[in-house]
Design a protein around this ligand. Structure first.
Ligand code: PLP
Length: 368
């Protein structure tokens, strides 16, 4: 029998979450962001639930090829554009739209010969660094980049794009939108600004998006946790990580649990040992007290997470024994649920990181 750990990808939740995006931003077309193997969910499985998106945004040419192989003929956007000149060949062949964020990428385009008459020209998203200071042309350089691109015969269409640094927080987006609008007001072309947090928190006009880029919201995690949780935004978890108890221990006062003896029982206490550890992608930084469901009952971890196992308090679930179902995050039995964001918070991180870190050794399957 295999180790009892398992990840489930809920295709119906993916579709539901996409519908929430459309409700929040009814006038925009939606890129479902499926970079990083669809935030750990698996491109093929995510595609099942997200196929009603208007397009898919990602980073890797190999992931773009996988989507084309699944039969997707619609738009695909490379969020970081080409990494070297020869990537443009594949962009033409697979009809990939791509971000242009630096001069080198314009140079590559200028030197790129469209090999066959049947190949389409390039549709590019010109990225402005409006304050994130990661990728993009600074506002003062943006218009000359646009002019250079529009003079290239290789380029069919230029869209305008930027990315927000604080859509999930108090600083908000107004300062970046003002910069973007000031620089682009008389430029034609479609616009794409909003990520999940901006879609949910700043969806109303006057912010104009022809395309929004919805990542984490599709996967059912709140982009602004703990200010809001997934339930507040009407999102459903798209990933469940579950396992079983493979042992129980009866502790006495003074007994310790796990490496480093970081937990000491203060009274008699029954604990369960779960077949899940950091080699499965469960964060080692989760200390005693991290929420977990056993047979759908909320309880908490005790002691340190080790490579393949962790311990949970069974005092709130006296009936739970060997083989009891453990929900690390996502959907539990009988309609119970544990948000990945709560577990992430206990580890001092965000739901994004936990999803992306799901280990390849965890058997994963898509369910409705
Ligand atoms: C350029 C760009 N757009 C959109 C996204 C999606 O962000 P989120 O998952 O917060 O929606 C990302 C993710 O990092 C990104 O880098």
């Amino acid at each position: 029998m295999p180790r009892p750990i398992q990840a489930l990808i809920h295709t119906r939740a993916l579709s539901h979450n996409l519908a929430q995006v459309r409700q929040a931003q009814p006038d925009a077309r939606v890129w479902a962001v499926v970079k990083a193997n669809a935030y750990g969910h698996g491109i093929e499985r995510a595609f099942e639930g997200l196929r009603s998106a208007d397009g898919f945004a990602l980073l890797d040419l190999a992931e773009a090829e996988r989507l084309r192989a699944l039969g997707w003929r619609g738009p695909l956007l490379l969020l970081e554009g080409a990494f070297e000149a020869r990537d443009l060949e594949l962009c033409s062949r697979l009809n990939l739209w791509h971000v242009v964020h630096c001069e080198a990428q314009i140079d590559w385009l200028a030197g790129h010969k469209t090999a066959m008459k049947s190949q389409q020209g390039h549709r590019v998203f010109l990225k402005m660094n409006s304050g994130m200071n990661r990728l993009g042309f600074r506002p003062a350089a943006y218009r000359s980049a646009w002019a250079r691109l529009s003079a290239l015969p290789q380029v069919d269409e230029i869209s305008l794009m930027s990315h927000f640094s604080d859509a999930d927080g108090a600083r908000g987006i107004a300062h970046q939108v003002a910069t973007f609008d000031r620089v682009t007001q008389d430029l034609g072309g479609e616009r794409s600004l909003s990520n999940s947090a901006a879609i949910l928190r700043h969806g109303a006009p006057p912010l104009r998006n022809d395309w929004v880029r919805a990542g984490i919201v599709c996967y059912g995690s709140a982009p602004d946790h703990p200010a809001h949780n997934a339930a507040h935004w009407g999102l459903h978890p798209a990933m469940t990580l579950r396992s079983r108890l493979i042992a129980t221990q009866q502790l006495q006062a003074g007994d310790t649990v796990g490496y480093g003896s970081s937990y000491t029982a203060t009274a008699d206490q029954r604990i369960g040992i779960v077949a899940c550890g950091y080699a499965d992608g469960y964060p080692r930084h989760c200390g005693t007290g991290t929420p977990v469901l056993v047979d759908g009952v909320r309880t908490a971890t005790v002691g340190r997470v080790s490579m393949d196992m962790m311990a949970v308090d069974l005092e709130p679930v006296p009936q739970a024994g060997h083989g009891a179902e453990v929900t690390l995050w996502g959907n539990g039995p009988a309609g119970t649920m544990l948000s990945i964001d709560e577990v992430a918070q206990a580890a001092g991180t965000i739901g994004y990181e936990l999803m992306c870190a799901l280990a390849v050794r965890v058997p994963t399957s898509a369910v409705d």
